[in-house]
Design a protein around this ligand. Structure first.
Ligand SMILES: O=C(O)CCC(=O)C(=O)O
Length: 234
């Protein structure tokens, strides 16, 4: 699986959490307050950014020995969580996500003159930056699926191998998507990915597609700059 992730840039684990663990995560999410700048709710998507800050009770449910074991296998020298988002794509949702790579990290401040860092953005008071490629190469995303997910309810489509070679130039993306594959994942399973080209379709299903998206890094940022959501994995 580590080899597959390194070469293809993605891999699927069909059973990382049990049905009881998934049910507990869903109960916790349903009981969370749902208002504020980190919440986005429309008929097509419900998203919670800075998820562990907004719903702290989730972390003890997420940090199972299975997750810790997986992280140890993927990033044996140790790692920290750097981003957590909840994405609910409801049944019949029109929300589609265009082809892109996840290149931005959320940080605590805008720092001047850091070689290799940029562009910088600031949205709703939060700062994000594209870090040097070495930081991206040391990032792994684990997308925990809370529902069975296939092409009909918004499974991610990915371009295998597109995490290699850094940032894909915009004009090459359309041609590369010809080799895309759909990542089908059962509830309780996880889709793992490096920063590769990915997208997702509208839903044509009567099932929702609820996902907890977690990013982990083994890299350190230069002194004076920190990940906004950093959480140590101990
Ligand atoms: O969950 C999705 O369908 C897309 C999310 C995504 O592309 C992202 O988080 O970068």
């Amino acid at each position: 699986m580590t080899f597959e992730l390194a070469t293809a840039g993605h891999a699927t684990l069909p059973a990382l959490y049990t049905a009881a663990e998934v049910a507990a995560l869903l109960r916790c999410l349903e009981s969370a307050p749902a208002a504020g700048p980190n919440f986005r709710r429309s008929q097509d998507v419900f998203a919670i950014r800075h998820l562990l800050g907004e719903v702290p009770a989730l972390w003890p449910l997420l940090a199972t020995s299975a997750l810790r074991g997986l992280l140890h296998e993927l990033l044996p020298a140790g790692c920290h969580l750097t981003k957590a988002i909840y994405f609910d794509k409801p049944a019949g949702s029109n929300w589609l996500v265009a082809w892109h790579q996840d290149l931005m990290i959320n940080v605590d401040r805008r720092a001047a003159d850091l070689p290799g860092f940029g562009p910088w953005t600031a949205k709703a008071g939060w700062v994000a930056v594209q870090p040097p490629v070495e930081v991206l190469e040391n990032t792994v995303t684990i997308r925990l699926h809370l529902d069975d997910c296939d092409a009909t309810n918004g499974a991610l489509k990915v371009v295998p191998g597109s995490h290699l070679g850094g940032v894909a130039p915009a004009e090459t993306i359309a041609a590369r998507t010809a080799s895309a594959t759909v990542c089908t994942v059962p509830a309780g399973g996880a889709m793992l990915m490096k920063p590769l080209l990915h997208a997702s379709n509208r839903s044509t299903s009567s099932r929702p597609r609820r996902v907890i998206h977690l990013e982990f890094s083994a890299a350190e940022l230069p002194s004076g700059l920190a990940w906004r959501e950093r959480r140590e994995i101990v």
